[in-house]
Design a protein around this ligand. Structure first.
Ligand SMILES: C=CC1=C(C)c2cc3[nH]c(cc4nc(cc5[nH]c(cc1n2)c(C)c5CCC(=O)O)C(CCC(=O)O)=C4C)c(C)c3C=C
Ligand SMILES: [Fe+2]
Ligand SMILES: [Fe+2]
Length: 324
């Protein structure tokens, strides 16, 4: 038995415009998701609507403005590029590729309809999160399930839960670091900065932090780095809870205060560049490091639509093909 297969690339979502209204709409949907914030619902709704959505959108809209591209949000720009490139890579196999966001547009429903129109009866869903967390991957799964609930029938489904230790993913990351070093010289230390999650979630079984540590170790091994040449850290802390440590910003302050030389930063939990890499890592964290006394700081871009990344994604899809 064989059915036509299609690929659904999934990422987080992003505001339509770098304006407070648009950012508020995005944050309201994202931060209302119980997979992302799981404190008691009534309390959280009061904090979210009473405080956070009144203050944060204005501040964060300015940050988006500082990195916005001519054609929109960087996350959307690179996600579209990935979709087109993967579509091309899989064209010979007649496998269509659609893009959907967990929050906002393009929606799961629109992407599903488009795949159905192209005759797809089995979807390979590929969340572009190398490491699996309830706050990202599981949230994407819920969003897909909500989308499918609106469809007349549910197609076959293959869910790629993570690829944090896939040798070709590690090789693509290592090649991007080496290429960067070849073009711009090499720092004394490599900081691998992953998006953080609350520490409490790791204690109750979220596999994400452990998978990040594995990715970091494998990348260091592939690059031939000794333990004093690299470190992993976790960024983008939100709220008052303790998040997984070490924190990226605190690490950079400590390194700067020691008067360390050049630091290179790579972000292996981000498939595409976005606010958290282009603004938080490339702008904010650079300032933090230099102000603390560090000498030089470079951000190594995400894999985005790099040919090696697309080749890896095409291979991953092929490894998960249900009908061989
Ligand atoms: C409780 C808060 C958050 C958790 C948990 C969280 C997990 C998480 N997020 C990503 C990937 C991205 N997050 C991005 C932005 C972003 N993240 C949070 C909060 C949590 N994330 C907020 C509030 C924001 C918006 C910006 C802000 O207000 O500070 C983005 C970038 C989006 C963009 O438009 O560019 C990405 C990507 C992962 C992978 C993850 C868990 C592993
Ligand atoms: Fe986030
Ligand atoms: Fe951030």
């Amino acid at each position: 038995m064989s059915k036509k297969v299609g690929v659904l690339l999934i990422n987080l979502g992003t505001p339509e415009q770098p304006t407070p209204q648009s950012v508020r709409q995005f944050l309201a949907e994202f931060l209302s998701d119980r997979r992302v914030v799981d404190i008691p619902k009534l309390l959280w709704m009061v904090i979210l609507h009473g405080v956070i959505l009144r203050i944060r959108p204005k501040k964060v809209a300015k940050l988006y403005q500082s990195i916005w591209f001519d054609d929109g949000s960087p996350l959307m720009h690179y996600s579209r590029k990935q979709q087109r490139a993967l579509q091309q890579a899989l064209a010979g196999q007649d496998i269509p590729v659609e893009l959907a966001m967990t929050y906002g547009n393009p929606s799961m429903v629109d992407a599903g309809k488009s795949l159905a129109k192209q005759g797809v009866e089995h979807i390979i869903a590929l969340p572009l999160y190398p490491q699996n967390s309830r706050t990202s991957t599981a949230a994407a799964f819920d969003s897909l399930a909500r989308g499918l609930a609106k469809c007349p029938h549910v197609p076959g489904l293959t869910w790629i839960s993570d690829y944090h230790d896939h040798p070709e993913y590690i090789a693509a990351l290592a090649a991007s670091v080496e290429e960067y070093w070849k073009a711009f010289g090499r720092g004394d230390h490599l900081l691998m900065s992953f998006h953080g999650i609350p520490e409490r979630l790791e204690r109750i079984g979220d596999p994400y932090p452990k998978q990040c540590r594995t990715t970091a170790k494998l990348l260091a091994e592939k690059l031939g780095l000794s333990s004093d040449q690299w470190q992993e850290a976790f960024q983008s802390r939100f709220g008052r809870e303790e998040w997984v440590k070490p924190y990226t910003d605190a690490t950079l302050v400590a390194w700067g205060q020691k008067g360390m030389g050049r630091v290179d930063v790579v972000a292996p939990s981000f498939s595409v560049d976005c606010l958290e890499t282009l603004e938080e890592i490339q702008i904010q964290n650079k300032e933090i490091y230099l102000e603390a006394g560090g000498k030089d700081y470079h951000y190594i871009p995400a894999l985005n639509a790099d040919p090696r990344h697309i080749e890896f994604l095409a291979r991953l899809v092929n490894e998960y093909l249900p009908f061989k």
